[in-house]
Design a protein around this ligand. Sequence first.
Ligand SMILES: [Zn+2]
Length: 356
Amino acid sequence: MTLIGARFPGRYLQGPGILPLLGKEAATFGRTALCVVDRGIYDALAPAVEAACAGAVAATLVRHGGECSESEIARVEAIGREAGAEVVIGIGGGKALDTAKAAAFRLGRPSVIVPTIAASDAPCSALAVIYHDDGKVAYDFFFPRNPDLVLVDTAIIARAPARFLSAGIGDALATFYEAEACRLSGADNCMKTRGAAIAYEVARLCRDTVLDHGVAALAECEAGAPGPAFERVVEANILLSGVGFESGGVAGAHAIHHGLCELDDVHHHLHGEKVAIGVLAELILQSAPQEEFRRIRDFCVAVKLPVRLADIGIADATEEKLRIVAERACRPGEIMHNEAAPMTLDKVVAALRALI
Ligand SMILES: [Zn+2]
C-alpha cells in the first residue's frame, strides 16, 4: 500500500490593507487572543493590531524577545496562560511566528499567523526552528497541525526591504526541484507519506509564478508601488511554496543550505539566499540541461539572488570549506538522499566548485 498525503493551513487570506480583518477572523477561534509581535516592528504595528482586535477579541500584546528558543516559548506560553488566551496570534518575521506557533501548540490553542515579510515559506508550515539562546540551531519542532489561519497584508509586506522578497523567491524556486526529486525517487514528504498529486502541481505553479512575475514583483516592491505581480509572488513565496515543500518534500537544495550554514562566512545572508545557491548546486547534481541551468541562474541574477559562493560571503572557497559543506549535506539520512540519483561527497564538492 502506498500512502499519499498533503497538508495545508486551515485558511489563507491575502490582500493589501487587510490587517483590520484580524480581529473578526481571530474571533472565529476564541474571545481572548495573545498577540506575539516581532520586536522590530512592535512600535510601528502595535496600535494597528490593537485597533484591528478592538470590539472583536480581547487582545494581550507581547513584544517578542528576538529568539525562538525554549526559554522564549516558555515565557510567551506563561503570559498566554495567565491571560486565558483562546487563540495565539504571531505577527512578524520567522522567529516571532515560530514562537507563536510553538506557544499555541503548548497551550493547546489555535494559531493565527500574520507574516510581515515574504522571505521564506515558513508561515504556512507546521514547523518551528528552535534555537539555543546563543543563536545556534537546536532542533526542528514539528506540530500535528498547520496554522489555523495565515493572514497576509501585502501593504505591510511591501514596506519591508525588497531583499526579503528576493530571498523568498529563492526559497520558492527550490520547491519544484526538490518536490520533483522526491517524486522521482519515491522519497517521503514532510508528513512521511508520498506526496499527493496536488503537491507537485502546486510546486510547479510556485516555480512558474516566480519565474513569470519575479522580476516585475521586485521592481514594484523597489518602487514602493506593489501591484499584481507583487501579489502573485507573495502568494507563491508564502502559500504555494509552503504547501509545495511540506506536501511534496525537500531534497538537495535545502541539504546544501544546511551544509552552507556550517560556515561562519554565510551568517549575514538570508535563508532564501543560501537556498538559491542550493538550487543551482542541485541542478548541477541532477545533471539538468545547460540551458535550464542558465535560465535559472540568469533569473537569480535578475531578481538579485546570489549565484556564486562569493555572493553569500564565501570569498575563499577552499577545498576544506567545500568538504565541510558537502559532509553536512550528505550525512546519512539527510534530505540530500531524497534525490533520485545516488549522491556522494565528491559529487557535491564538484557541484559547489562549479559555483566558485
Ligand atoms: Zn526553505
